[in-house]
Design a protein around this ligand. Structure first.
Ligand code: PLP
Length: 452
């Protein structure tokens, strides 16, 4: 569809208001404000109804890793749609793209098996089912509890939102469901402590140990965490955190689940974050970047420990989705992984863009008094807005939203989590595009400081 003219735009907005309930939205407020209609994407840019170009500093929703308009992914979908638009993987059936993708995922992750789902939320439901099934099969069915973290985001289904630690989601849904516990997140900036980051990381991981001991290790199935918390505000853990979590899980015979829905497929300059952050999960959740968002797909990578039990002990795993292993989604994922590989995007992120953007990002922090911290790992960055030092602004000032809205006016999509501004641009971003991104962020901070 081409860019609509003004009358057409008003009609689209009216129709949207009349029929479309948007995710995570105050429907009344949106009805009054009206929606922005995005009509086209190219590289790292999207274009709205007025032809306004926006640098997509969030890669869609952290998913458009290879950028918009990639011919290889479009062709893969078209070819597969013509060949076989759908068949299921129930009843002893499968399709060539599902087979090929499972093999490719095993190559890049080192995990022997994969269970496909349609989204990150579904995949985390699968995690809960798989972890409990594993313990049943090894004769410890009482190991049921999964421990997660406050402020984690694991998706929006009942199980995924329960695994998540977002209070507002819990309040609306009568959540969490039974058998889910939450411990603190490793949020060094917010903790405002005199400890070194290394000591802080070990201490916060230690909460997992205490909780396991309170509950009794014989009742605990798994721990789940995002290697870097995304929706919670790009919370980058100290280097000591994940190795300590792994040590605790091993010591108490608890499965370790990494939710790599955001961090998978190159965002931290490796295929998966665990390959960079020095730990070895038993199970990995993926979605988003597996297809760069061109088509929905998610799943669980299952390591040897769990897969060997699942595949040798008999009995049906009573769980699965119509779209598990969807052939078109799998074909697109294969093309996407090929692009990341062939274009050297992991090295591009790790060796070029992360250091380049990281230096400019840190400079922003030094130049602007209203930045309490500017942090970045891979292509996940955050800026903490503060009145001074670590003192936050009055919430009513809505500083995060003000900066976000101004950034959009100036042509940059950033996101605001409270007063934390976050970015996660497509992996294909170039140095000159980074200059543009940081230039707009700089202008926004200057203008907001001036208004104050
Ligand atoms: C870490 C993490 N897990 C799970 C999900 C849920 O994925 P989906 O929205 O595809 O269900 C998200 C979505 O943002 C996420 O960031």
């Amino acid at each position: 569809m081409n860019s609509p003219d003004a009358a057409n735009l008003a009609a689209l907005q009216q129709s949207d208001r009349a029929h479309h309930l948007h995710p995570f939205t105050d429907f009344k407020a949106l009805g009054e404000a009206g929606t922005r209609v995005i009509v086209r994407g190219e590289g790292i840019y999207v274009y709205d109804q007025d032809g306004k170009r926006l640098l997509d500093g969030m890669a869609g929703l952290w998913n458009v890793n290879v950028g918009y308009g990639r011919r290889e992914l479009i062709d893969a979908a078209t070819d597969q749609l013509q060949q076989l638009a759908y068949y299921n993987s129930f009843f002893q059936c499968t399709t060539p793209p599902a087979i090929a993708l499972a093999e490719r995922l095993a190559e890049i992750s080192g995990f022997s098996h994969v269970f496909f789902a349609g989204s990150g939320s579904e995949a985390n439901d699968t995690q809960l089912r798989l972890a409990r099934r594993y313990w049943q099969l090894v004769g410890k069915p009482e190991k049921q509890v999964v421990i997660s973290r406050i402020n984690a985001y694991h998706g929006s289904t009942l199980a995924a939102a329960s695994l998540g630690g977002m209070q507002d989601m819990h309040k609306q849904g009568g959540l969490p469901i039974p058998g889910i516990e939450h411990v603190d997140q490793p949020y060094y900036f917010e903790a405002d402590t005199n400890e070194t980051p290394a000591d802080f990381g070990v201490r916060i991981a230690g909460q997992l140990q205490s909780r396991i001991e309170e509950l009794g290790a014989e009742n605990v199935a798994a721990f789940i965490g995002e290697p870097v918390q995304g929706a919670g505000g790009v919370i980058i853990p100290p280097e000591t955190y994940w190795p300590e979590v792994q040590r605790i899980c091993q010591a108490h015979d608890v499965l370790l689940i990494a939710d790599e829905v955001i961090t998978g497929f190159g965002r931290l300059g490796e295929w998966f974050a665990f390959q960079r952050l020095d730990f070895e999960p038993d199970l990995v959740t993926f979605a988003k970047g597996v297809t760069s968002g061109y088509i929905p797909l998610g799943g669980v990578l299952v390591g040897e420990r769990v897969s060997s039990v699942l595949t040798t002990n008999g009995g049906e795993f009573a769980h699965g989705y119509t779209h598990s292993g969807h052939p078109v989604a799998c074909a697109v994922a294969l093309a996407n992984i090929d692009v990341i590989d062939r274009d050297g995007l992991l090295a591009h992120v790790r060796d070029d863009i992360e250091p380049y953007l990281g230096a400019l990002w840190a400079e922003l922090g030094e130049r602007h008094a209203l930045v309490g911290e500017a942090r970045l790992l891979g292509l996940m960055g955050a800026i903490e807005l503060v009145e001074k030092g670590r003192v936050r602004f009055d919430k009513d000032l809505k500083m995060g939203e003000r900066c976000r809205d101004l950034a959009i006016d100036h042509g940059l999509v950033m996101r605001a989590v409270g007063d934390t501004l976050i970015i996660a641009p497509p992996l294909v971003i170039t140095r000159s595009e980074v200059d543009e991104l940081v230039g707009i962020a700089d202008r926004v901070l200057t203008e907001v400081a001036f208004e104050l």
